[in-house]
Design a protein around this ligand. Structure first.
Ligand SMILES: NC(=O)N[C@@H](CC(=O)O)C(=O)O
Ligand SMILES: [Zn+2]
Length: 423
């Protein structure tokens, strides 16, 4: 196993130091001659990023992404662990499918791929899936989600919350009251009225979050809210957290930056669920992330094949790429707030997903060497063709972003060096 000496690296913006990686961990030993020396002056070391919401599309839509191509995109984005959503084909609703995804992740060997299990059979919202079998499988599932769909039936949601308590699991809810979003094409508001498109009202999200925090409180279980997108949702979460409800929440980079005005060009690259909202929602989400009302940034990386995106708005699938642009977007919004970035993109997500070994303290000897090196001063232009994802549906094409991932290490092995994936 290769040893690495990172010369003059800044850990989370602190004074430059040398960081020695040996035998898969941060080492306090003196570096030997065999160590590969990396000139890390001007680079910032962060604990490897952890994504609690990634769509890898395998099994079933390998034309859009595979576990391997998505893992490579993740490593290039500075990630060392991703949680793979269950809306594959077949759905990840059995021990067999989650073990398959887990094994594919191990074979790719670029990030830890932690499968998420479906809450209901086939994501159909009717019958609870085999949560216990997935939890005790080799994949060791702890997060369950019907993402793409909401667990709308309150009785089923209550049962699922009760059930996962036995193994400290968490239900990750895609909060969307389906009766309020029938036919929805974008955020319901001034822009949707102008364009004549059916809207998804903010209350369709907020009503489910309000219901679910009450259910989680009632049964004393853990709820995680996927891709929070409205100012009203933030207020519901603020109240729930003040009461001590065991609820965590995520926001995506695109909801921290983009608004519903972008729908006016009818370019489906901006079509996503939940939809892009208004400027005041964006401001509230930014503040909520700073306040810790929203715990983590999650990419909701949602690759789609060309024919599913380059068509009329009404027929296009919702979703955007995220893994390779997440950190640069967060940097562009919040600047070099490294402690904030490390917490919201690595430490807190690792805690929510139960991924020991990720989100560790890089100043401590013995910490597993899961980390990424960022050049915060480098600027780059997003070129969809230059991304490692198998899909091209980035909303940031042509945008100049700050922050380039120079290297990523997974348990002391380089997955990215000189800005390139090693395999
Ligand atoms: N976010 C999206 O617009 N799409 C996701 C599903 C989801 O996260 O809800 C997808 O699987 O494509
Ligand atoms: Zn979703």
């Amino acid at each position: 196993m290769m040893a690495y000496l990172l010369k003059g690296v800044s850990i989370l913006g602190a004074e430059p130091t040398d960081l020695f990686i040996k035998d898969g961990v941060i080492s306090s030993d003196k570096a030997g001659k065999d160590a590969e020396v990396i000139d890390a002056s001007g680079l910032v070391a962060l604990p490897g990023l952890v994504d609690v919401h990634t769509h890898l599309r395998e099994p079933g839509r390998e034309d859009a992404e595979t576990v391997e191509t998505g893992s490579r995109a993740a490593a290039l984005g500075g990630y060392t662990a991703v949680c793979a959503m269950a809306n594959t084909s077949p759905v990840a609703d059995t021990a067999g499918v989650v073990e398959q995804v887990w094994r594919l992740g191990r074979e790719a060997g670029l990030v830890d791929v932690q499968p998420i299990g479906a809450v209901t059979v086939g994501l159909a919202g009717k019958q609870m899936a085999e949560l216990g079998a997935m939890a005790t499988s080799a994949a060791n599932v702890r997060i369950f989600s019907d993402d793409g769909f909401c667990v709308a039936d309150p009785k089923l949601m209550r049962r699922a919350l009760e059930y996962v308590k036995a193994f400290d699991g968490v239900i990750a809810q895609h909060a969307e009251e389906p009766r309020l979003t029938e036919g929805a094409q974008m955020h319901e508001g001034e822009v949707s009225t102008r364009l004549g498109l059916t809207g998804w009202p903010a209350v369709a999200e907020e009503a489910i979050i309000a219901r679910d925090v009450l259910l989680a409180e009632h049964v004393g279980s853990r709820l995680h809210v996927c891709h929070v997108s409205t100012a009203g949702s933030v207020e519901v979460l603020r109240q729930a957290k003040a009461r001590g409800v065991r609820v965590t929440a995520e926001v995506t980079p695109h909801h921290l930056l983009l608004t519903d005005e972008l729908a006016a060009g009818y370019d489906p690259v901006f079509k996503v669920n939940p939809p892009l909202r208004t400027r005041s929602d964006v401001e509230a989400l930014r503040q909520a992330l700073l306040d810790g009302i929203i715990d983590v940034v999650a990419t909701d990386h949602a690759p789609h094949a060309v024919q599913d995106k380059e068509c009329e708005w009404a027929y296009a699938r919702p979703g955007m790429l995220g893994l390779e642009t997440a950190l640069p977007i967060v940097l562009s919004v919040f600047g070099e707030q490294w402690d904030l970035i490390a917490d919201r993109m690595s430490i807190a997500p690792a805690r929510i997903a139960g991924l020991a070994g990720h989100g560790g303290d890089l100043t401590k000897a013995g910490t597993p060497a899961n980390l990424t090196l960022v050049d915060p001063k480098a600027r780059w232009v997003v070129d969809p063709g230059g991304l490692a994802s198998r899909s091209r549906n980035t909303p940031y094409a042509g945008l100049t972003l700050p922050g380039r991932i120079v290297a990523t290490f997974l348990r002391g092995e380089a997955t990215v060096l000189d800005g390139k994936a090693v395999k």
